[in-house]
Design a protein around this ligand. Structure first.
Ligand code: PMP
Length: 355
């Protein structure tokens, strides 16, 4: 099989996946497990696909250390659908939200359709370049919603609040990147298209006890309990996306799991931030103590220099480093599958550009 010519892909998502996963996925499109059928045309009702769903669940449970009293669900509609599903299920009186930027704002907007929203802290005052502290030891709310990694602003939470209410976390852009204690959370959700697989599937990890608190009638496709009770097969699931996520999680397991990849992610982040801090032409955007290891945001000296560096980098096969339109500058996303070597090549390009 022809392999694709590889660029150094710093895209924020959908993002780079390991080459070996791409090859296995391509093979499955042509002939899945020697079945004479493509993974794209199999029924989701056959026992072999049920096995894929169970194996993918088992890998999530093992790699993240998910306790037995949590359900693992594969849903659709992206993380954005979770913005409304969370309040639809759990907001009875008031939802508490930590406002850390672009995606937190979207979550807040959706929650307002379902009830009162309390923004418990915000970093809007400094263009979301840090994670704000919540000045309370206990909240009066149905839950607290946080975003553990802010993909656009390049900030990351390094500890999670414990404030006496269920903790719900949008972990879309740092899931599987570092060891976490799942029992700190009551619900975690993440779009697959960063560290898990191709777009099309959303992972939800939810504590059964939280689902027992749902008091309102919830339409079936928004009801986590229906997905839990039907092995995520209530309707046609994103078959291909789940299958490739399984391949990718197998790859992660072979690499030594989340603890091993965390070390590599830490190293990649240190390499790039060190160069940003050293190089006279670049400066970091996020405050140092809040810098994301997954999405590194930085600026050049002016718009002209930034344009010139993007062209310079493209000649070295470096792609996906343009900042989000509202942010400008650069953003280098360094998800699990991005090789250390690619970070070295970006660092070298920055050095050579400086001259
Ligand atoms: N939350 C975060 C932190 C994200 O990074 C993204 C997507 N980049 C989303 C939510 C939205 O996800 P989706 O496009 O899957 O709806």
């Amino acid at each position: 099989m022809e392999t694709i010519s590889k660029k150094h892909n710093f895209g924020a998502g959908p993002c780079i996946l390991p080459q070996s996963v791409m090859e296995k996925a391509a093979q499955a499109v042509l002939n899945w497990n020697n079945s004479g059928l493509s993974i794209l045309e199999i029924s989701h009702r056959i026992p072999e696909f049920e096995t894929v769903v169970r194996q993918t669940q088992d890998l999530v449970r093992e790699l993240m250390g998910v306790p037995e009293d949590y359900a693992i669900l594969f849903m659709q509609g992206g993380a954005s659908t979770q913005f409304s599903m969370v309040p639809q299920n759990f907001l009875n009186r008031k939802g508490a939200y930590l406002d850390t930027g672009f995606f937190a704002i979207k979550a807040i907007k959706e929650a307002r359709y379902f009830g009162e929203v309390d923004i418990v802290a915000s970093s809007e005052d400094q263009a979301y370049n840090y994670i704000p502290e919540i000045e309370a030891s206990h909240l009066d709310a149905d839950y607290l919603h946080i975003t553990s990694n802010n993909t656009i602003e390049g900030t990351e939470m390094f500890s999670y609040p414990k404030l006496g209410v269920p903790l719900i976390c949008d972990m879309s852009s740092d899931i599987f990147s570092q060891v976490i204690d799942v029992s700190d959370f009551d619900l975690i959700y993440a779009g697959a298209q960063k560290n898990m697989g191709p777009a099309g599937m959303t992972l939800v990890i939810v504590k059964n006890a939280l689902l027992d608190t749902v008091k309102k009638p919830v339409p079936s496709m928004s009801d986590y309990r229906i997905f839990r009770d039907n092995l995520s097969l209530y309707n046609t699931p994103p078959v291909f996306s789940i299958y490739v996520a399984m391949l990718n999680l197998q790859w992660l397991k072979e690499k030594g799991g989340v603890a091993a990849i965390e070390k590599e992610n830490q190293m990649k982040a240190e390499m790039l931030y060190a160069e940003i801090d050293r190089n006279s032409l670049f400066s970091g955007i996020a405050q140092r103590a809040h810098r994301s290891r997954m999405n590194v945001t930085f600026r050049g000296t002016d718009a002209e220099m930034e344009k010139a560096f993007l062209e310079f980098a493209a000649k070295r096969d470096i792609v996906g480093v343009r900042g989000f339109p509202t942010m400008g500058g650069f953003r280098a996303s360094m998800y699990n599958a991005l090789p250390v070597e690619s970070v070295g090549i970006l660092v070298k390009a920055m050095q050579d550009f400086e001259g």
